[in-house]
Design a protein around this ligand. Structure first.
Ligand SMILES: Nc1nc2c(ncn2[C@@H]2O[C@H](COP(=O)(O)OP(=O)(O)OP(=O)(O)O)[C@@H](O)[C@H]2O)c(=O)[nH]1
Ligand SMILES: [Mg+2]
Ligand SMILES: [Zn+2]
Length: 297
């Protein structure tokens, strides 16, 4: 007697896929050899079909249609990113924030921003960061910091959704997961003062049940590559540019030197942040030169 069921891959350890079945049961499976022939590789987050033989051994037999697959190591079927940006250690960076936002916007995945380690900064410095983050609120992002109640997050994860943590190593992704889910017990790293960067404490992707879906802890998305984005589509991934562009004189305006450009007008009026526009130009250069900037290496 074999049993057949559907579920979600929650982790991948040494060639074994742990699958949480729709009834909540977790079974360890191996992927069928057929996947190797088809060059298909199941990823954490994949919805799959499994078979359990009469000896109780589980096999992953089919990957159900995938919505997307992002990051390395990858998470599949991501509907929302919980982006952790640290106020300090590693230092707060608008450039990095814009890279992440642009990347996920291109991937058509919604983002919620969470500022970590605000408790480690003196009030004055924190105020500057919070003012900068207010701009992101105004253009439509949900932003959490230590003044908001992060316990509002789990109820936003709707039935069957997979959310994923993203952000630099050491930013505080696993720490946030442990706060949201008391029994997650994810290992967290030391705060490294000397290097001002993390050490990749989390090494594998893993899904945790949260709200009505899952939240994935990840080793971050440290090597974001924007170069596959088409240069004349980049402006569509800056949400406030996209919104303003309907008033630009020319269709397909790149907001550079074109006359009657609404984005340039709003920039001059201080309604679009200079840092956003500068990052837009830097990303254009990066894409046209086809290489990742030095500061990220
Ligand atoms: N004071 C303070 N420390 C924090 C906060 N968030 C994280 N930390 C500390 O920052 C260090 C790194 O946090 P982690 O949660 O391991 O970071 P991570 O993003 O999971 O890092 P990787 O797994 O390497 O990608 C740990 O020592 C945490 O205790 C915070 O809000 N306040
Ligand atoms: Mg971690
Ligand atoms: Zn324009």
């Amino acid at each position: 007697m074999t049993k057949q069921a559907e579920g979600t891959v929650i982790s991948l350890i040494a060639g074994f896929y742990d699958v949480e079945l729709d009834n909540g049961e977790i079974i360890r499976t191996r992927a069928r050899g057929a996947f190797r022939q088809k060059k298909q590789k199941p990823a954490v987050g994949d919805h799959v079909e499994v078979k359990i033989d009469d000896k109780g051994i589980g096999y992953l037999v089919k990957i159900l249609p995938r919505v997307n697959r992002i990051g390395r190591p990858a998470v599949a079927n991501v509907s929302h990113v919980l982006l952790v940006i640290s106020a300090v250690q590693p230092d707060f960076s608008l450039q990095l924030l814009d890279r992440f936002l642009t990347f996920f916007s291109w991937q058509k995945v919604a983002v919620t921003i969470y500022l970590s380690k605000s408790d480690l900064l003196p009030t004055e410095k924190l105020k500057t960061i919070q003012e900068e983050l207010n701009y992101y609120r105004e253009i439509g992002y949900q932003v959490f910091d230590n003044e908001n109640d992060i316990q509002k997050i789990p109820s936003q994860i709707k039935k069957g959704q997979i959310w994923t943590l993203a952000g630099q190593s050491g930013a505080g992704k696993s720490t946030l997961l442990n706060k949201l889910k008391k029994d997650a017990n994810q290992e967290t790293g030391e705060i490294s003062m000397s290097l001002n960067r993390g050490k990749h404490t989390t090494r594998a992707v893993k899904l945790f049940k949260l709200g009505d879906g899952f939240l994935a802890d990840t080793p971050g998305f440290s090597s974001i590559d924007l170069t596959p984005i088409k240069i004349n589509e980049l402006c569509n991934y800056f949400v406030e540019f996209k919104r303003a562009s309907v008033k630009c004189k020319f269709r397909g305006c790149q907001h550079l030197q074109e006359p009657g450009c609404e984005v340039k007008k709003l920039l001059e009026e201080g309604k679009i942040a200079q840092s956003r526009y500068d990052d837009y130009l830097a990303m254009r250069t990066e894409i046209s030169e086809g290489r990742i900037p030095e500061y990220l290496k």
